[in-house]
Structures are given as C-alpha cells and as structure tokens.
Design a protein around this ligand. Structure first.
Ligand code: NAI
Length: 781
C-alpha cells in the first residue's frame, strides 16, 4: 500500500468510481425500448444496439423509428396541443416546475446514465449537464408564468419537431423541450442514435409527473427517423447537429412555412493575449476542449496566442496536458472520458492524420489508453497552416490547434477566418481590449476570461454557418412563439420584361425616363446595358435597367465597403433617417404625383415619411439586455446588424413597401442590396436622389432593378450576403429559403400586406434585422 508521504509526492489519486448498479438494473429491467408516444411506451420495433463507449458493452436496444412511428407521435402531439396551449401560463408553469423537481430528485441516476451512454466524465455530467437541465426547466417554468405579460400578442407555434445530437443528450433535450412547453407547444423529440437513453429516462419522468399524454413524445432512431420528422406535418423544426445536416434540413423545409432554428457546428477561436493570466487560460483550454473530449459545438478548438506569450503558454499547456487523467468516465477523478462511438473515434483519428499529413505536429498526452472502449489521448497541434483540414474542419475531439498572432488585427482576422461563427473565448487582463475584440469577432457567444459558460437565462446560438436562432432566455422563448401575421394582400402580377414598350402603349406625358441602378452611392448603367419597359396599364412609363448577376456582385461588394455604417452610433443613423424623411417631405408633392400617374397610391408618400421617422426613432432605442446569469458574470445580449442584407421588395406599394423593409434594416446598421418593385422601380430609384442629399454614405443602400425573383435568387446564393428578406410569391419565398442553404443565411419570407395597415412596422422588423451576440463579462465577486 502506498504511504501517505509517497502520495503527497506523486499526488496520485486512487480510483473513486460512481456506483452504476441502480442504472444498470434499470436498463436490465427494460432491455428493449419502444418510443414514448401519447403518454406511454410503444412495444419495441426493429431495434439497434446502444453500447457503452467506455467498455463496448451493450446497454440496451432501442427502436429505429419509422415514418409511421413519427406520424403517430406527431398526431398525438397535434391532438394534445390545443388543450396544452389553452392552459393558463401558471398551470403550465406547474408542470415545468414538476419536471425540474423530478430531474433534480433523479440527478445522480441521470448523471450516471448519461456517462454510461455518452462516455463523458461523471464530473461533467453530475456538475454541469444535469444541474443545467433542472435549471432550464425552472427557468422556463418562470417564462410560462410570465408569458401573457412578456409576450402579450404571441401565440405558440404549434407542434415542434426537435432533433438533437449526442454530445449533451439530456441538456439538449432540456434546451429544446422546456421553452417549447412553456410557450404552449407540444413536441416530438428525436434524440441522437448514439445517446437516446437519457431521453427515454426523461420520458418516464414525464409519465411519472402525469404530464398530459401527447405533450412530450420521444421517437428514437437515426438520421432517417430525423428526416421523417422534418417531413412530417409539424409547425417548427429545431435542430442541433452538424452543418451538413443543417443544410439538408434548410432545403427540406424551404417553402413549407415551418419555423426553423439551426444550431450547428463551430470552429471557435480561443484568443490568448500576452497580458492574459496564462494559468487561467490553460485551465480554459482544459474546460474548452479536453475535459469534454472536445465534443462541444462551441469548443474553443482554435487556440490563437500572442506571439510574445506563445513559448510560455505552450510550455504551460504541455505541462498541464501531462497531468490530465484519462480513463473510466464513472471515476470522479477522471478528466477525459470516452469518445461517444467508434465511428466518431475513427473520424477524429482520420482528421488528425490528415492534419499531420498536411504538415502539422501533434503534441499529445502520453496516457495509457484503456484496453477496451473508444478513447483518444488529448492534445494540440502546432504548425497548422490556415488551409490545413484541422484548421478548417470541426474535429469534435480533444485536439485543438495552436497558432500565434502578432497584432490585434491579425488576431481578429484569424478568429474570423472560418465559415462558422458560434463562439469565441478571449483572454486578457485588459477589459478595453477584450471588449474591442468581442465586438469584432463574428460569433453568437463570446466569453471574456472564461469559456463554455451556459445559463438558461442567456441566449445561445451562432452566426454564419453555425446556424440561426437562439436557445435560452427571452430570445429562445421568441423562437417558440409567433406573432399574428397581417392578412396577406395579393401580389401585383409580375411585369413583363420586354425590352421595348409594347405597340400601342403611349408614353405618359412628362414622366418618360430611363432609370439607372445604384451601386456604392453612384448611378450606374447595368452591366450589359439592357433595359425593360415599365408600363402601367396601357401607359408606358419609362425604361428600367435589367440588372444581372454581375450587378448584384458589384452591389454586394460596395455594401461590404460601407462597413463604417454598422459602427456608426444609433444616434448618427437616426439623424440620417430623419434627414431622408425631411428631404422626402420637401419633395412629397412630386413623388405623390409620380405615383398617381403610374396608377399608384399617392398616400404612400406620407406613410413612407412616417415610417422613416419611426425607424429613426428606433435606431438608438432598439437595444439589448443585461442578463444576471452566473455569479461573477454579467451577460450582455447585444443585437448586432447582420452586415450585408439582401432585400427583395413587394411589387405592390412600390415606395412604401421599399421604405418599410429598407429603413429598419439600415436603422440597425446593415447595408442593403435592394431589389425594388419590378412593376414600378422608379419609386425606389427616385428615392435615391433623396438618399444622395441626406448624408447616407454610399454603399449603404444599393438598388438593382430588374427581374425580381432572378435577382433574389442570386442574392440568396451569394456567400457574402448574411441575411435575406423576400416579400413576394410563395414560390419565390420557397426558392429563396432553399437557395440560402449554401451559407445558411438567415431568411425572412413575408407575404405582401397592407403596408399602411397594422403589422407593417414595428420591433419585429428590427428583431429580424439583427442577431444577438451574448457577451459574458466578469462582473463582481
Ligand atoms: P448529425 O448532424 O448527423 O446528427 C445530429 C442529429 O441529426 C442526430 O439526431 C441525427 O440522427 C440527426 N440526423 C442525421 N441526419 C439527418 C437528416 N437527414 N434529417 C434529420 N435529422 C438527421 O451529426 P453526427 O453524424 O452525429 O456527427 C457528425 C459531426 O457533426 C460531428 O463530428 C461534429 O463535427 C458535428 N456535430 C455537431 C454538433 C453540434 O452540437 N453542433 C453535435 C453533433 C455533431
């Protein structure tokens, strides 16, 4: 036996395994699981094996869900939804509270089950996952209670299909189910095929608390079952998983009217400045990438370290690596558990080998890997060229890349040199520097001197190809609610695109003209120089340019160059919008006469002036929130502009429709490439003269006239356009949603509406023009 003196010397721990007997007995009693549908378990169907990744031993068999199983679950959820939604918020709050209490009562059981199923260390499951699960249900019990006050006009979305991954099986379930239920929705959830067991245990908890049948349904299975759920008649899909599958789901739901949130992959930067507390930053790496086997979507998997600190930091990191304990995940002393599945282990090995083949060096812990199970020794890679697969692809294993930078600008450039934008971690003792970098990094969640902090009270979600939508807090609740939409108005028929006026269409007296497109603040002839004849009834109004792909490309480039607009203060942007309104007011009679002679509604001009005033007023008022989340932190929820947005305007209300969409977008700091009404583009191109005299910087609004849906398609496909609004036909909306899958841009497809009626302006337009960045800042003790 080792002497205490020796132990003090080596600091070795003895084994301290958590008991698993209760969970194993529970599994043994069930063995083959069916689905949980309409309040009860179905008989097991065709099953597949669930093995313990740490030992390879079989734990259970679960049923591969068929389309018929999914249909039955959706039907149960549909039947249960009206009564669930009709409950007073307080009643739903009580159910959520009961779920929270029961999760808490079973916390040890659930933590052990999660470890057996997923392979993560018990300390993570016990101290992070399960407490966050009950916290999530408590928090959302509160939202159910407050719903009527906080979201007075909103109604639940309906039946929600929810698909989750294997890295935080029970926590992802809580993130999905708690807000959905609080809002009055019912759900069909499909857990990941590697880790369905805690969801099935949660189903038992639902039955145990007596939750009304059909409110929560769990269908197990693989991607095919997931695809069946996406195709089923649900009202919303909430998905967390890989970007690749996110894209498939974006395309599959295009045009269906299903609400969609996607929380996808990441390649998050972990930025260490020379003045950082390097030991704290090293512990940050342990938490960010090693402790959880790197199986976290927001893992800080790209370490960027200031050159001045590189040698010191690398030495400390290497020393820490040597102290990590890999092994039995049930052991309370284990830091690094098992990789979820042999398939995932093979993927990690393959990517790391590719990285080495491309010139990177692997610094890896020299741990003894257990004889059985899926394990990968943690490490980091140096000498990583930006194009190396390990710098680009999500490894999803305990291996980070380490690169140095010299200047702040280089740090930001490297941080943003990825198609993802999920999270970032910034380490420095200089708060000004930290917040400067936080503003410049494109990511949905930023941690200052911390990493991987989560709380039900703060939103979580990504930018760019990390998806759209937020989970948690007020933003997450909004994703499970909808506001009544104004009654759709018929779209004006698309104008013909004849190059010359049709025979017998006389020119309108005094208004015949040839418009130009506007790119970067200047009038341009379209590339190619083609025009189309704009007619109102049988009157020829003039010629408008037929913009093409190249015009769109040039306009997007000009919009990118006008990035200063996003940094201007809300007050500055308000001043410009007021000035536009004032200058439009000075020319109101002229605009009204032109609209009237084109068969339009002269009242659009006054309504446009008011709308500009409204968004000018909002420019410095639509702002974020400060959440009290973890102790010693505050979380700033900042609505940020997307950057460059594409906007396809309605054919009806050619002036007011344009102003109603462009004004909120630019009020929030976006730059816009707008396609005005195809049938009457002059209303927008005339407005440009007003912009010109109102100090609107060139490139903030670019106007490309022509075939609206063709131009909208080019915008939707453009990788440098971050968000896209389309107001037009149902087919056009479906096309925009499908084409936007390339870079997973956030889209909003609206039907034409009465632009002078209710629902034509308001905060919902501003919320759609922004994405919330949640910045975790140290605060207090
Ligand atoms: P995945 O995206 O294939 O699986 C996530 C979930 O989607 C699972 O429940 C799966 O059954 C379901 N699914 C798969 N195909 C589907 C389809 N066509 N329609 C509907 N649902 C579908 O992720 P996978 O294969 O487990 O992991 C692959 C890689 O994805 C990982 O190596 C990692 O890089 C990334 N990943 C990212 C996660 C994140 O949280 N962002 C989580 C899990 C994986």
């Amino acid at each position: 036996m080792a002497l205490v003196k020796d132990i003090l010397e080596t600091m070795e721990y003895g084994p301290a395994p958590e008991a698993a007997a209760e969970v194993l007995a529970w599994l043994k009693a069930r063995r083959r699981f069916g689905h949980f549908i309409d309040g009860g378990f179905t008989a097991a169907g065709k099953t597949f094996a669930i093995d313990n990744p740490a030992t390879g031993e079989n734990l259970a068999e679960v049923t591969q869900g068929t389309a018929a199983d999914v249909a039955a679950a959706v039907a149960a959820a549909r039947a249960a939804q009206p009564a669930w939604a009709a409950l007073p918020g307080h009643e739903r709050a009580k159910w959520l509270y009961a779920l929270a209490r029961h999760v808490q009562k079973r916390d040890r059981f659930l933590a052990v089950l999660e470890v057996l199923d997923n392979g993560k260390p018990i300390r993570e499951a016990r101290d992070i996952d399960v407490p966050l699960v009950s916290r999530h249900f408590y928090h959302h019990a509160g939202w159910a209670e407050m719903l009527a006050d906080e979201f007075p006009d909103a109604v639940p979305v309906g039946v929600c299909g929810q698909i989750i991954p294997w890295n935080f099986p029970l926590l992802m379930l809580a993130w999905k189910i708690a807000p959905a239920l609080a809002a009055g929705n019912t759900v069909v959830l499909k857990p990941a095929e590697y880790t369905p067991l805690s969801a099935l245990a949660f189903a038992e908890i639902c039955a145990e608390v007596g939750l009304p049948p059909g409110v929560v349904n769990i269908v197990t299975g693989d991607g095919e079952t997931g695809a069946a759920l996406v195709a089923a008649p649900v009202d919303k899909i909430a998905f967390t998983g890989s970007t690749e599958v996110g894209r498939i789901i974006r395309r599959a739901t295009a045009g269906t009217g299903k609400k969609l949130t996607l929380e996808l992959g990441g390649k998050s930067p972990f930025i260490v400045f020379a003045d950082a507390d390097l030991d704290a930053a090293v512990e940050g790496v342990v938490d960010a990438i090693w402790f959880n086997q790197g199986q976290v979507c927001c893992a800080g998997s790209r370490i960027l370290v200031a050159e001045a600190a590189e040698a010191d930091f690398t030495a400390r990191l290497t020393a820490r690596l040597g102290k990590l304990r890999l092994g039995d995940p049930l052991d309370k002393c284990t830091d690094i558990g098992a990789i979820v599945h042999p398939v995932q282990l093979a993927r990690i090995r393959d990517l790391v080998a590719q990285g080495q083949a491309a010139g990177a060096q692997l610094v890896q812990a020299e741990c003894q890997l257990p004889a059985k199970g899926s394990f990968f020794a943690p490490g980091f890679m140096t000498g990583v060229h930006p194009a190396n697969p390990v710098a680009v692809e999500e490894i999803f294993g305990p291996v980070a890349t380490l690169t140095s930078f010299r200047t702040l600008d280089e740090a930001v450039e490297l941080a943003n040199n990825t198609r993802y934008g999920l999270a970032a971690s910034i380490w420095t003792e200089n708060i000004s520097l930290a917040l400067d970098i936080a503003a410049r990094v494109k990511a949905g969640v930023i941690w200052v001197n911390a990493t991987n902090l989560f709380d039900a009270g703060a939103g979580f979600g990504g930018m760019r190809e990390s998806g759209f939508g937020r989970e948690g807090g007020r933003e997450g609740m909004a994703e499970y609610l909808k506001l009544p939409e104004p009654k759709p108005q018929p779209e004006a028929a698309p104008t013909r695109l004849d190059a010359a006026p049709l025979p017998g269409t006389p020119a309108a007296p005094g208004i015949d003209r040839t418009a130009k497109i506007y790119i970067g603040g200047a009038q341009k002839r379209p590339d190619g120089g083609y025009s189309y004849a704009v007619n109102a009834g049988s009157t020829h109004l003039g010629l408008a340019p037929l913009g093409n792909r190249k015009d769109i490309r040039n306009a997007v480039e000009a919009a990118h160059k006008a990035a200063g607009w996003g940094k201007a203060t809300g007050h500055n942007r308000a001043q410009v919008l007021y000035f536009i309104a004032e200058n439009l007011s000075a020319r109101a009679a002229e605009f009204a006469a032109r609209l009237a002679s084109a068969g339009g509604d002269a009242a659009e001009v006054e309504a446009s002036i008011r709308r500009l005033f409204y968004y000018a007023a909002q420019a410095d008022k639509f702002d974020g929130a400060v959440h009290a989340t973890k102790s010693a932190h505050v979380t700033l929820a900042m609505p940020e502009p997307f950057g460059v947005m594409g906007i396809a305007c309605p054919n009806a209300a050619p002036l007011l429709g344009f102003v109603s969409l462009v004004a909120p977008a630019i009020a929030m700091g976006n730059r816009v490439v707008a396609i005005p009404a195809q049938s009457m583009p002059f209303a927008a191109t005339d407005l440009y003269q007003v912009f010109d005299t109102s100090d609107l910087p060139g490139g903030v609004v670019n106007i490309i006239t022509g075939a609206r849906d063709e131009l909208a398609k080019t915008l939707a496909q453009h990788d440098d356009v971050a968000a896209m609004w389309y107001c037009g036909s149902a087919e056009g909306g479906a096309m925009v949603e499908a084409e936007s899958a390339g870079n997973l841009k956030a889209t909003w497809t609206l039907r034409n509406r009465d632009w002078q009626g209710p629902g034509a302006q308001g905060p919902r337009f501003l919320a759609r023009a922004t994405q919330v960045k949640n910045i975790w800042v140290p605060y207090g003790e």
